[in-house]
Design a protein around this ligand. Structure first.
Ligand SMILES: C[S@@+](CC[C@H](N)C(=O)[O-])C[C@H]1O[C@@H](n2cnc3c(N)ncnc32)[C@H](O)[C@@H]1O
Length: 230
């Protein structure tokens, strides 16, 4: 695609979240540069033959990065491809994805299968029921889960705490529900049968890398909580 056509497609997108060089010499006008997080993820350089699930991909920076490393990528967002830059990204780069316009609460391994890597980046705090979402994410993952979130790093770190945001109290955005602290994210993920590999906080953000646990006892609390038979 030539630069003029690509510029026209970029300009037609109502709102860009990611800023990145989508084509040599063409940078998308988002407010968030995600390159530091891609580095922090520590994804293998070669993802050939591996399945990656990108939950809440927005404009698709991470989906594209994973596909360029050889992964088979499934992307799921409750907004359509055209409501953000994902559709334009596909047209401009020539990359195509298995994109599902769906809510995270409606995902299941029965329809999507399970994944080696699940990217759960910038989504947790948009979800009213964090535990249910993490349980669903666990059911879709047989390898590594990467979780990045807005976080209440100002709350006491020795207790698992979360701050609820009434209406649009966080950033004037009604899609924001919770800001958990790091201890809360670790405990919720742990009770969803994820083992922490490494994590860190900065400003009002959190990032953690988790491996799945297959110990039946680790799933017991969730099975009771959601009324699932063991
Ligand atoms: C802050 S953006 C994060 C984008 C990208 N993952 C990143 O980290 O840069 C949150 C994304 O999650 C999507 N999202 C929020 N709630 C969702 C839900 N319940 N089901 C599916 N997608 C959701 C939004 O549409 C948006 O694309």
């Amino acid at each position: 695609m030539n630069l003029d056509e690509a510029q026209r497609l970029v300009a037609a997108v109502p709102h860009w979240h990611h800023t990145f060089e989508i084509l040599p010499g063409l940078v998308t006008p988002g407010s968030y540069d995600p390159r530091f997080l891609l580095d922090a993820l520590g994804l293998p350089a070669d993802l050939s033959g591996q399945r990656v699930l990108d939950i809440g991909p927005s404009d698709g920076f991470f989906s594209l990065a994973a596909q360029r490393r050889g992964a088979s990528v499934v992307a799921v967002d409750y907004r359509s491809k055209e409501a953000h830059g994902f559709g334009a990204m596909e047209k401009i780069t020539g990359a195509t994805f298995d994109y599902h316009c769906a809510n995270v609460y409606d995902l299941s391994a029965a329809t999507l299968g399970t994944f080696d890597h699940v990217l759960f980046l910038g989504v947790l705090y948009h979800l009213p029921d964090m535990m249910k979402a993490l349980a669903i994410v666990r059911s879709l993952c047989h390898g590594t889960m990467y979780l990045e979130s807005h976080a209440a790093n100002d709350l006491p770190s020795e207790h698992a705490l979360a701050r609820y945001h009434r209406h649009d109290a966080l950033a004037g955005d009604i899609t924001n529900f919770w800001s958990p602290n790091a201890a809360c994210i670790r405990d919720m993920a742990g009770d969803c049968a994820f083992d922490l590999i490494t994590d860190k906080t900065w400003g009002d953000r959190y990032f953690g890398r988790f491996a799945v646990s297959n110990e039946p006892a680790r799933k017991r609390k969730l099975q009771l909580g959601y009324g699932l038979c063991p």
